[in-house]
Ligand binder design. Structure first.
Ligand code: ADP
Ligand code: ZN
Length: 288
């Protein structure tokens, strides 16, 4: 009999639930709007009642508790999303479906998918950064997603300011962290509210964004030494950013540590919207 696996990519706007066989052939996939847990999770439970799966991989928006020693392991913790703060996501799943689980962040899931099937195929390590409404980062090193006391929050690393950037930053916690300076809403606020996709491709605004994203790549290279840094999310659709990030990376790193050829090192996501769900399936298979 074919073995089936479950995957949940839990995002702030929608949940993707899917079931696939061990070759990742999708049996069924649904998209459920993220409203309140009573509604959204009810649809999630109904979906998995239809399929007998061996294991389920969950990659969730956060922050989440990934610390197995913690009494709130498996919870979504401090989110401003109404109803989801301190929600025992993993516990509610386990109550209904007694199977092994993988539980990690949305971006760790995507990083794992990209490592096994996407832009970092054949590598043992990568960082995945999504640059959209916020900035999130997932990390896989030696084939394992990185979790410690908590999970990485790469979007909030502190930045050295671009000398020409007078924008104060949008993060309510740190003002001018990476997310506060380079996520979509920050890019738009710096330009006085112009939509990011309406900013001309040769506008100086992109140079400033590239400077911060490059700085993040420098910091990640110096701390983690990954084999690839992969960008996804709405802002990364601005393809002109990639040569600018590489050029700025080269300047800021100043040849201090060797890296792969920058065209192969700082790259666009390959699996696109499927990165997370792919990672969930693969993590589920490993949890079995
Ligand atoms: P989310 O982060 O909500 O999952 P996205 O990754 O699409 O979704 O991020 C949305 C943000 O990305 C918006 O703030 C918008 O400014 C920006 N964005 C979306 N599409 C583009 C685009 N094509 N070019 C530049 N910025 C974009
Ligand atoms: Zn911040």
């Amino acid at each position: 009999m074919t073995k089936l696996y479950g995957a949940i990519e839990a995002g702030g706007t929608k949940f993707i639930c899917a079931v696939a066989d061990e070759n990742l052939n999708i049996v069924e996939r649904v998209s459920i709007p993220t409203t309140v847990p009573e509604e959204t999770m009810n649809d999630v439970f109904k979906f998995f009642e239809k399929h007998e799966v061996q294991a389920i991989g969950i990659a969730s928006f956060g922050p989440i508790d990934v610390n197995r020693k913690s009494s709130t392991y498996g919870y979504i913790t401090n989110t401003p999303k109404p109803g989801w703060k301190n929600y025992n996501f993993l516990g509610e799943m386990k109550k209904r479906f007694d199977v092994p689980y993988a539980w990690t962040t949305d971006v760790n899931g995507a990083a794992y998918g990209e490592l096994k099937k996407g832009a970092a195929l054949g590598k043992d390590s990568c960082v995945y950064l999504t640059v959209g409404t916020g900035i999130g980062g997932g990390v896989v090193i030696n084939g394992k997603v990185i979790e410690g006391y908590g999970h990485p929050e790469i979007g909030h690393i502190i930045m050295r300011r671009h000398p020409d950037d007078k924008y104060e930053g949008k993060c309510p916690f740190h003002h001018d962290c990476l997310e506060g300076l380079a996520a979509g809403p920050a890019i738009e606020a710096r330009q006085g509210g112009v939509k990011a996709y309406d900013i001309p491709k040769d506008d100086k605004a992109w140079k400033i964004v590239a400077y911060y994203l490059a700085q993040a790549c420098v910091d990640l290279t110096l701390t983690l030494s990954p084999e690839k840094i992969i960008f996804g999310g709405g802002v990364s659709k601005q393809e002109q950013l990639f040569p600018m990030i590489r050029e700025s990376f080269k300047k800021q790193m100043n040849d201090y540590v060797p890296t792969p050829d920058l065209d192969d090192y700082i790259v666009h996501v390959e699996l696109g919207d499927d990165a997370g769900i792919t990672g969930c399936f693969l993590l589920a298979m490993e949890a079995e």
